[in-house]
Write a protein that binds this ligand. Structure first.
Ligand code: PLP
Length: 215
């Protein structure tokens, strides 16, 4: 079993014998810029090292299994180590930012849904599900026009992309389809200026109110 824990560093437990893969992309809680980390048995780790280095077995110089060039650069490794040194700070700042958003969103009582998540988690993103019937493209356009960057994920969902259309799919996935149309990621990084959370939530609220009237 391989756990794709790409965005879950700080939340996904690792235990002996189970392979867990974390992403260290710049957008994750623990970032190296690019690259990732695989936690697994020595055999798995040795194989990953070989495959990331064209498949070359260093002791013999032979390639028994073709790999690719997926080495982490020295530069990215250095950035990753520096991030790791700051991990305790990153963790508490991300938790504090999430708490600020939750308090402001709760006070504003917006027609949105948030994923129920453990409070002590360390999250890389802040996805918000808009109410059914609110046009997310319209909301995103308004936010963009006001200088607020947003992110969208899983829209369309993976199985609707041409490249993956031939793969098996576990049924019609109506919840996936519905969420894919409604999720908006609001700014969630540690360089937000003081007061930005309140401003973003206030503006978001005004836009959602006018979207409700427009609908
Ligand atoms: C970030 C992320 C990825 C991609 O990770 P890369 O390091 O860019 O390959 C894949 N899946 C999920 C769920 C992610 O959060």
């Amino acid at each position: 079993m391989i756990i794709d824990a790409a965005g879950s560093f700080g939340n996904q437990r690792v235990c002996p014998g189970v392979t867990v893969v974390f992403s260290l992309h710049a957008t994750k809680s623990l970032g190296a810029g690019e690259g990732g980390a695989v936690i697994g048995t020595q055999a798995v780790v040795d194989r990953i090292r070989r495959l990331a280095n064209f498949g070359i077995e260093v002791s013999t110089g032979l390639v028994d299994e073709a790999g690719t060039n997926a080495k982490l650069s020295e530069y990215h490794a250095a950035v990753g180590l520096a991030s790791l040194d700051m991990w305790e700070t990153i963790k508490s700042e991300r938790r504090a930012l999430r708490a600020r958003y939750l308090a402001a969103l709760h006070a504003a009582d917006l027609p949105i849904q948030l994923q129920a998540l453990p409070e002590n988690g360390v999250y890389p993103t802040f996805p918000v599900a808009l109410a059914e019937g609110i046009n997310s493209h319209w909301v995103i356009e308004k936010l963009t026009a006001a200088g607020i960057g947003t992110r969208r994920w899983y829209c369309p969902p993976l199985h609707e992309h041409k490249a993956f259309a031939a793969y098996d799919c576990a049924g019609a996935l109506p919840v996936t389809a519905s969420l894919g149309k409604r999720i908006v990621g609001i700014p969630f990084h540690l360089h937000l200026l003081d007061g930005a959370v309140d401003e973003i939530v206030e503006l978001f609220g005004r836009i959602l109110a006018s979207a409700g009237q427009a609908a």
